[in-house]
Design a protein around this ligand. Structure first.
Ligand SMILES: Cc1cc2nc3c(=O)[nH]c(=O)nc-3n(C[C@H](O)[C@H](O)[C@H](O)COP(=O)(O)O)c2cc1C
Length: 110
C-alpha cells in the first residue's frame, strides 16, 4: 500500500441509505460500496493498471486523517498503480461447491 501512487478510500454514505431504515444503513450502504469498488477494479484493469481491494486498515486512524464525518464510513481502500508482476490466474472453487439449487446444502470443501 505504501508503494502505490494512488489510494482510493471508498466510503459508505450512511445517511443516503437511511431512507431504507436500518437495512439501508447496515446493508445497502455497504453493498453500494462493494459494487462501486468492483466496478473501479474492472475499469482500472481495463486501463492497464493494477489494483488491490484492501479491507484490513485502521478505521479509526483513517477517519481521523481524512476528517470523515460520523455518517461517512470508510469501507475499502483501493490501491492503484502499475503492477510489477502478472500473476497466473488462480484456481477457482468449482461452481458445484458454491451454487445451490432449490435449497442450501452443506458441501465439504477442500
Ligand atoms: C472485501 C475484500 C477485502 C480485501 N482485503 C484485502 C486486504 O486487506 N489485503 C489484501 O492484500 N487483499 C485484500 N483483498 C483482496 C483479496 O486478497 C484478493 O486478492 C482479491 O479478492 C482477488 O481475489 P481472487 O483471487 O479471488 O480474484 C480483499 C478483497 C475483498 C473482496
Amino acid at each position: 500500500m505504501l508503494q502505490a501512487p494512488v489510494l482510493i478510500v471508498v466510503c459508505a454514505d450512511l445517511m443516503r441509505a437511511a431512507y431504507y431504515g436500518s437495512r439501508g444503513m447496515n446493508l445497502y450502504a455497504i453493498q453500494d460500496t462493494a459494487a462501486a469498488t468492483e466496478n473501479m477494479l474492472l475499469a482500472f484493469h481495463a486501463m492497464g493498471f493494477a489494483t488491490c481491494w484492501v479491507g484490513a486498515f485502521n478505521e479509526r486512524l483513517l477517519r481521523e486523517i481524512l476528517q470523515l464525518p460520523k455518517d461517512i464510513r470508510p469501507v475499502a481502500v483501493v490501491t492503484v498503480g502499475k503492477g510489477d508482476e502478472v500473476p497466473e490466474p488462480r484456481e477457482l472453487r468449482p461452481l458445484s461447491e458454491i451454487v445451490h439449487y432449490e435449497k442450501f446444502r452443506e458441501v465439504q470443501s477442500a
